[in-house]
Design a protein around this ligand. Structure first.
Ligand code: GDP
Ligand code: MG
Length: 202
């Protein structure tokens, strides 16, 4: 049988800049208040190997991320050194490993209806400068593709969030063992998912 939508899970990583900016509480609050349930949480300093594996779990990541960068450059009239998405992501992956392994990160699994899309919406787009106000990346940091590329480092955007349900499943497996993920009921979930709402009136 198909799982109820309320069982969907996604992976969030508060990146080293999020931890250093003391934004752990602020970031968690934004996912928590929408109604998602935190089912796993830990802090670690990732190895570069774990970071590379994480980003290349999806065989299409290199192409998609490179193409996203090319599209952003076209929109802004920027000229890139190369128009080859794979060359772009070769560099991105190198600087990403430096970034992600530079200090402790907070790894989390969030569960709830449409968790993957809801978390991406709250997180915002890759580039803080151009993403929407109201999102974590839009409200709490100010980096851009052009500044980070010129400086030879990764875009600092505070958090990672899985891009699809399949990506989420693979990433959760990559960072967590099953016994680290809690299976529990949250009292407040009833008002989100209960069909009859027959438990309110006395
Ligand atoms: P996300 O899903 O929005 O995090 O973006 P991607 O999966 O496409 O890329 C992973 C991470 O690599 C981003 O969050 C950024 O930190 C970094 N990044 C992606 N593209 C670029 C780029 O073109 N230049 C630089 N400097 N960093 C990038
Ligand atoms: Mg991604």
């Amino acid at each position: 049988m198909k799982d109820h939508p309320s069982k969907e899970q996604t992976l969030v990583i508060i990146k080293p800049d999020g931890v250093q900016r003391t934004l752990i509480g602020e970031i968690i609050k934004r996912y928590e208040r929408v109604g998602l349930k935190l089912v796993a949480l830990k802090m670690t300093v990732p190895t570069k190997e774990m970071v590379e594996k994480h980003y290349t779990l999806d065989p299409e990541w290199r192409r998609i991320t490179g193409e996203k960068r090319i599209k952003a450059a076209k929109e802004k009239g920027e000229v890139l050194d190369t128009e080859d998405p794979y060359e772009i992501t070769e560099k991105v992956l190198r600087v990403l490993k430096e970034y992600m392994a530079s200090g402790p990160v907070v790894l989390m699994v969030w569960q709830g209806a449409h968790a993957v899309s809801i978390v991406r919406k709250i997180t915002g787009g890759t580039e803080p400068m151009s993403t929407d106000v109201g999102t974590i990346r839009g409200d709490l940091v100010l980096d851009s593709y052009s500044m980070s590329d010129d400086d030879g480092r990764a875009v600092r955007n505070l958090v990672h969030a899985s891009g699809s349900v399949e990506e989420a499943q693979n990433e959760i497996e990559h960072w967590f063992s099953t016994n680290e993920i809690q299976n529990y009921r949250l009292v407040g979930e009833e008002i989100l998912y209960d069909v009859n709402l027959d438990g309110i009136l006395e």
